[in-house]
Design a protein around this ligand. Structure first.
Ligand code: GLP
Length: 246
């Protein structure tokens, strides 16, 4: 894993946005895997400002999001569909038919169709990932099999509490979500893992220095041949310096 340590959140977002822009410039029909949460917000803002300069078109780009809550309609302000529309999709010249999120519904068929769409698009060229406090990627909670594909998950209490900040109360946070599986994520040709802030320092230290284990889903990324971790000083504060230079 290539590790890039940044001074702060802004620098992390600058580097991540540059990597995505480079991807779309070099392949106009790129397939991007996208994440939600607080971490990628600054990256999306930079993509939008860059797009407004007028040099780059996303007309042929396809996007696949990692996950969606079960039970929230696409117009619900806390659905990931709404988040993506507000923060990215409506600001670029992406074709609506080329932006995909898993349907927030329980059912094997829904999950199978999502996998098929990714395959039909030719697979994901560049997947953006954040990291949950408990080490989850997408919504693959600790204990999820490394061979999992797109599936419905019951969210951990800790994840619902962590995401409560976006809702009025804990009761409103959905109990289930649909997420790309770990095997699905690992099939991406390249992965950009973004981690910000001291509160994730312990998780990131375990991810980089601990065992590769299903108890910490993000640790699987050490088996992927092309992962770049971009993290700020706070997030990397507990990682051995020798590790950073290797
Ligand atoms: N499902 C999302 C993940 O895709 C995201 O990476 C993670 C971290 O979120 P944040 O960036 O807000 O810390 O939690 C959420 O639950």
């Amino acid at each position: 894993m290539k590790i890039v340590k940044t001074r702060d959140y802004d620098e992390m977002c600058d580097l991540a946005a540059q990597r995505i822009i480079k991807q779309v410039k070099s392949k106009s029909n790129s397939v991007l895997g996208l994440a939600t949460g607080s971490t990628p917000l600054g990256v999306y803002q930079r993509l939008v400002s860059d797009y407004r300069q007028g040099d780059l078109s996303y007309d042929r780009v396809q996007t696949f999001n990692l996950d969606e809550y079960v039970g929230l309609s696409p117009d619900h302000p806390n659905s990931y569909c709404y988040y993506m529309r507000e923060n990215l999709f409506s600001h670029l010249d992406l074709q609506p038919a080329n932006t995909h999120l898993p349907k927030g519904e329980v059912g094997e068929e829904v999950c199978r169709q999502y996998e098929e769409k990714i395959t039909k698009a030719g697979g994901i060229d560049l997947q953006i990932l954040g990291l949950g406090l408990n080490g989850h990627i997408g919504f693959n909670e600790p204990g999820t099999s490394f061979s999992s594909r797109t599936h419905v998950v019951e969210l951990d209490d800790s994840t619902r509490i962590a995401n409560q900040r976006f809702f009025n109360s804990l009761d409103e946070v959905p109990t289930h979500a649909v997420t790309m599986g770990i095997a699905t994520i690992m099939e991406s040709r390249e992965i950009l893992l973004l981690v910000q802030g001291e509160k994730k320092a312990d998780t990131l230290q375990r991810l980089l220095e601990g065992e590769i284990t299903e108890s910490l889903p993000g640790s699987v990324l050490r088996r992927h041949p092309r992962v770049t971790l971009i993290a700020d000083e706070g997030a990397l504060s507990k990682v051995e310096t020798s590790h950073l230079n290797s």
